[in-house]
Design a protein around this ligand. Structure first.
Ligand code: AMP
Length: 566
């Protein structure tokens, strides 16, 4: 079907006027700061509401995967997070210590993260679909002293690796009798550490082409950006029912699944269960969700599902992030759900939304939108020691941001050099290739590096290759993202075998199972192909680009550094 290139602003703007362009300063003024000075995310998100008119207002409507749902008011969330703060303090956790939280989407996850922030500790939620290997790597990189988890995750993933996490002093299992007793016995009295806007608050792990994951450090002051962008890009108003479907183990699920909606005093929906089209439509309808923030993979899964969407009269805005959103999906939203999907762009390092099709703008399906107020974005090209801005429209280059937005990451934990390298000539280089059109809309082109985006999750090929190499039969491994119509990319591995091992189906299944056990379903390869030898550069690096080109039957490009062909 031939469709116009622009979808005009939707009439919902008239029902609830969008927030005015809320810059950083205005957002700062809208937040209160700690009484007596200082700034703490948990205070802004919970306690100031709990101390005011919103005390009895639902902060979270928690939908259980099985059993009874729960409504948690701001006052209750404040009290529960106080208990976690006391409990963690009692375990010897102090300001600056890293608290890892590995739970499904259960209320304790939210309370533990907020409790850690109250204590001035650095919270790091981990994705519960990670296997032992990625968990261990992250806890060790963060020097985690405590891990808050559940009995089942402990048994399945943590128990066998506790000895390999030398900094870890405590594992708190929140749903055991002992864990429950500890929480119940912890003091409910508030005692918020006097943090400043520049004190560390979160570590979110992300991946690059080479080496192990990077721990992006964010500060309490990042909330200014969460607050402003949730107003401008997600149009949050106090009476909204907001559903962010991302897991808090990824940055979206923390920035917009925990802190931004709470800071706005809205009611958040938290669904413990995994994706299911019928369930999701039921939630949207029954919970009367007004603003829904989701991801392209989920939208494509809904498009594919044999379920007719119900009427959703309360829904007034749908936004999406994390991977390219095809124009087809934007239009599907409009035609099937009555609302187009507003794509936006950001990444772990930016901490919050940077570029968006806001509700106050016409949408260009296929485009990520325009930089938000306070964000300066450009398309640049590297040259010499620095970068130059490409002023002409529609020219591909690297997407760059002018440093200084409040939620900018402040470090990669323990990797100063890697952090420094992200900033060149007064710009932060995002690692994404993009172009800007004559109207100022940005269009995603691809990644400048080899990281893989599968179902919205960023996966570092090196981490997968390392786990594969630990299998006794594997001599070398090269991992690529293979395009997939639903999840964007699936992880595909090429492995060559050590002498004495034979390529056969049984061994392929065994290596797949090995990878899944170590890495978890979210990270492990879905496909493995045997290759007699992998293409390498003369300096010995596996040429993943070449593996990918061959897989897709594309031109091999520059192979001048190729050492040996497979
Ligand atoms: P993460 O740090 O895991 O949030 O992943 C960030 C990366 O996801 C970005 O650098 C992009 O490569 C990709 N990404 C995020 N949002 C979009 C979008 N709207 N369109 C295309 N790619 C996106």
């Amino acid at each position: 079907m031939l469709r116009p290139p622009v979808i005009a602003k939707t009439p919902h703007d008239l029902r609830v006027p969008p927030n005015p362009a809320l810059g950083w300063e205005a957002a700062r003024r809208a937040l209160s700061g700690l009484p007596g000075g200082g700034f703490n995310i948990a205070y802004e998100a919970v306690d100031r509401h709990a101390a005011g008119a919103r005390a009895a207002y639902p902060a979270i409507r928690w939908l259980a995967a099985a059993g009874a749902d729960r409504v948690i008011t701001y006052a209750e969330l404040s009290a529960l997070s106080n208990r976690f703060a006391s409990l963690l303090r009692g375990l010897g956790i102090a300001k600056g210590d890293v608290v890892f939280v590995l739970c499904g989407r259960i209320p304790e996850l939210y309370a533990a993260v907020l409790g850690a922030l109250k204590l001035g500790a650095v919270a790091s939620p981990l994705f519960s679909a990670f296997g032992p290997e990625p968990l261990k790597t992250r806890v060790n990189l963060g020097g985690g002293k405590v891990l808050v988890t559940t009995e089942s995750l402990y048994q399945r993933k943590v128990k066998k690796i506790t000895a390999e996490m030398p900094t870890l002093r405590h594992v708190l299992r929140v749903d055991t009798d002992a864990g429950r007793a500890q929480i119940a016995a912890a003091a409910e009295t508030p005692r918020i550490e006097r943090t400043t806007a520049e004190d560390p608050a979160f570590v979110h792990f992300t991946s690059g082409t080479t080496g192990m994951p990077k721990g992006a450090l964010h500060v309490h002051g990042a909330l200014v950006a969460h607050y402003a962008t949730a107003a401008v890009a997600l149009d949050l108003h106090p009476d909204d029912v907001f559903w962010c479907t991302a897991d808090p183990g990824w940055v979206t699920g923390t920035s917009y699944g925990i802190v931004a909606p709470l800071a706005h005093g809205v009611t958040s929906i938290v669904d413990e269960a995994e994706f299911d089209a019928e369930r999701w439509y039921r939630i949207l309808r029954e919970q009367q969700v007004t603003v829904w923030y989701t991801a392209p993979t989920a939208i494509r899964m809904l498009m594919k599902a044999a379920v007719t969407p119900p009427p959703l009269p309360k829904l007034r805005l749908i936004a999406s992030v994390g991977e390219p959103l095809n124009p087809e999906a934007v239009w599907w939203g409009k035609e099937a759900l009555g609302l187009p999907i507003h794509d936006n762009w950001w990444q772990t390092e930016t901490g919050g939304i940077m570029i968006a099709n806001t509700p106050a703008m016409d949408i260009k399906p296929g485009s990520m939108g325009k930089p938000l107020p306070g964000v300066e974005a450009a398309i640049v090209e590297k040259g010499g020691d620095g970068v130059s801005v490409i002023e002409a429209p529609n020219v591909e280059g690297e997407l760059a941001l002018r440093p200084g937005w409040p939620s900018m990451f402040r470090a990669y934990l323990g990797q100063e050099e890697r952090y420094r390298k992200c900033f060149v000539g007064g710009w932060y280089l995002t690692g994404d290739l993009a172009r800007r059109d004559a109207d100022g809309y940005f269009w995603f082109v691809g990644r400048a590096d080899d990281v893989i985006k599968s179902a919205g999750h960023l996966i570092g090929p090196f981490e997968v290759e390392s786990a594969l190499m630990e299998h006794p039969a594997v001599a070398e491994a090269g991992v690529i993202g293979k395009p997939d119509p639903v999840v964007g990319e699936v992880v595909k591995a090429f492995v060559s075998l050590k002498k004495g091992f034979e390529e056969n189906e049984a061994l392929r299944s065994e290596i797949l199972a090995h990878a899944r056990k170590r890495l978890g379903a979210a990270v492990a390869p879905k496909e493995i192909a045997f290759a007699p030898g992998l293409p390498r550069t003369r300096s010995g690096k596996i040429m993943r680009r070449l593996l990918k080109a061959r897989e897709l039957g594309l031109p091999e490009g520059d192979t001048s550094t190729l050492e040996e062909a497979a």
